[in-house]
Structures are given as C-alpha cells and as structure tokens.
Design a protein around this ligand. Structure first.
Ligand code: IPD
Ligand code: CA
Ligand code: CA
Length: 268
C-alpha cells in the first residue's frame, strides 16, 4: 500500500468507527435539512472533520472536496485533490438501517488514483489503487462473470432529492425491469459501486449523483475488471452525475437498455 493509500484507509476507518459508535445514540444527533429530502447531521460533519484532519496533517498542500465542507485549498501544481463523502447513506444511518459507508478518493490531475469505501458495520474495507487492482479486506476483487441482464442483480438509486430526473429515471427502471433483472435500491451509491467491484451486484445505474458519491466506487469497479461510464457511455460521469457500471457485458447491455429512454435534457 502506498503512503497515500495508508492515509486514505486511516481516515476512512477513523470516520467509520466514529459513525459506528455514534450510531448507538442516534437520538442525540442534531439533524438539519439541506434541501428537500436531503438531511445532514452532526455525525456527517464530525466524520468529515476527522477525515480532513488526518489528510491535512499528512498532506497540507493537497486540495479537498468534501460533501459537507465544500472545496478547500487550491489544486497545486502536483494536481492532488481528495474527494470525500464522510457518510454515504445518511438517510439509512439516521433510521438505524445498517447500509451506509465512508467514501474517500484521491485524484491527481483529474485522474482517479485511490479509492476507499468503508462499511464499518460489516468491517468491510474496499481499496483500489490505479493499476494495482482492488481488494476487500485481504481478498482480491473481481467483478462478476455475468454476461446478460436476464438473471443479473442490478443496484440503483432513486432520484429522491431532485425530482427533475424522476420521469427519465422511471422509464429506465421499467426498461431494466423488463430485461429480467433483480433490482436493489440499498441507499449508499458508494457501497453499491463497491458491490459491483466485489461481484455482488452485476451492474449499477443512477442519475443525479455528486462526485463524492461515486469517485472511489468508480475506481474500485475499474480495478476489479469492470466498466463504468456516464449514462450515455462517455467518460464524464463525475461531471454529469449520471453513472452506469458493471461487468463489461452487463455495462454495455445496461447502456443499450437505458439510453433510448433518457430525455434530451440529460447532459452528455
Ligand atoms: C446519497 C446516497 C444514495 C443516493 C443519493 C446520494 P448521501 O448520498 O448515495 O444512495 O441515491 O443520490 O445523495 O446524501 O447519503 O451522502
Ligand atoms: Ca453521498
Ligand atoms: Ca453524505
């Protein structure tokens, strides 16, 4: 593990262990609404503070993009920027549902180099390093061998915060259902993508995500031999927020199935 990855893992574990402990006294948390159906708690903020502290102490000149703290520091000539979701799956977490994660990625000059997703409840640590593969704890990860949508298990997320994508999303949902997939909506996009890397899901799609929801999970999928792109097949998923991933064949089949149902207003 590179020194950078060691820091990413230390930060993810610190935040995840804090979330796990705090999950035992949820009723004490202050919860605010950031927007319709979009909640943030003291736990999200404190988890991010702990992550940023660890990164800052090790790499004071690196830029940071955190969901709660926004953009911090200039991207210097080395081009390093950390992309952090301290608690992915806040709605689940605040309801005591055990499906949530910490997501930390490092990009250098716009290229993803490290991706870490940590599920503290199951003590599962997913780590990807560009060119070096992906691991779950001590086990090497491979995407599944699934070749068709029929019989595949596909993760997804509903556009529950911004309803602008609801019509397009509903059409894609019908099309994927008709293709004979089992569809799961678990509630943490970062963990869903990590599950594609682990071969637990054969594919995943969602509209309207943010960079911190997907940066680490995208690298995990690629390093596990899967494919992940924008929903129209391009390489700008981190910009458009519309993502599709899976095994080589399931990814293509999902694109073919979904694309005809996207409205013209979705950016390419
Ligand atoms: C959310 C989760 C959810 C996805 C939403 C995200 P948050 O992140 O990843 O699965 O459907 O689009 O915003 O708010 O819990 O960090
Ligand atoms: Ca998130
Ligand atoms: Ca979050």
């Amino acid at each position: 593990m590179s020194p950078l990855t060691t820091i990413a893992v230390r930060a993810a574990r610190a935040a995840g262990d804090f979330l796990l402990r705090t999950g035992e006294r949820l009723h004490e948390l202050r919860i605010e609404m950031k927007g319709p159906n979009d909640f943030v708690s003291d736990a999200d903020r404190e988890a991010e503070r702990r992550i940023v502290d660890i990164i800052r102490r090790a790499y004071p000149d690196h830029a940071i993009l955190g969901e709660e703290g926004g953009a911090q520091g200039e991207v210097a000539s080395h081009g390093a920027r950390w992309i952090i979701d301290p608690l992915d799956g806040t709605t689940n977490y605040l309801h005591g549902l055990p499906w949530y994660s910490v997501s930390i990625a490092l990009e250098i000059k716009d290229r993803l180099e490290i991706g870490v997703v940590y599920d503290p409840g199951r003590n599962e640590l997913f780590v990807a390093e560009r060119g070096k593969g992906a691991r779950l704890n001590d086990r090497r990860l491979r995407a599944s061998g699934q070749a068709k949508l029929a019989g595949a298990v596909i993760g997804t997320g509903f556009p529950f915060k911004s309803h602008q994508h609801l019509d397009a999303y509903t059409e894609t949902f019908k099309a994927v259902s008709r293709a004979g997939c089992a569809i799961r909506r678990a509630g943490s996009a970062a963990l869903d993508l990590a599950y594609v890397a682990a071969g637990r899901f054969d594919g995943f799609w969602e509209l309207g995500l943010q960079p911190w929801d997907m940066a680490a999970g995208m690298l995990l999928i690629r390093e596990a031999g899967g494919v992940v792109t924008d929903i129209r097949g391009g390489d700008r998923a981190m910009k458009t927020g519309n993502v599709v991933g899976g095994t080589l064949r399931v990814h293509q089949a999902l694109l073919d199935t979904i694309k005809p149902h996207l409205g013209a207003d979705l950016p390419a």
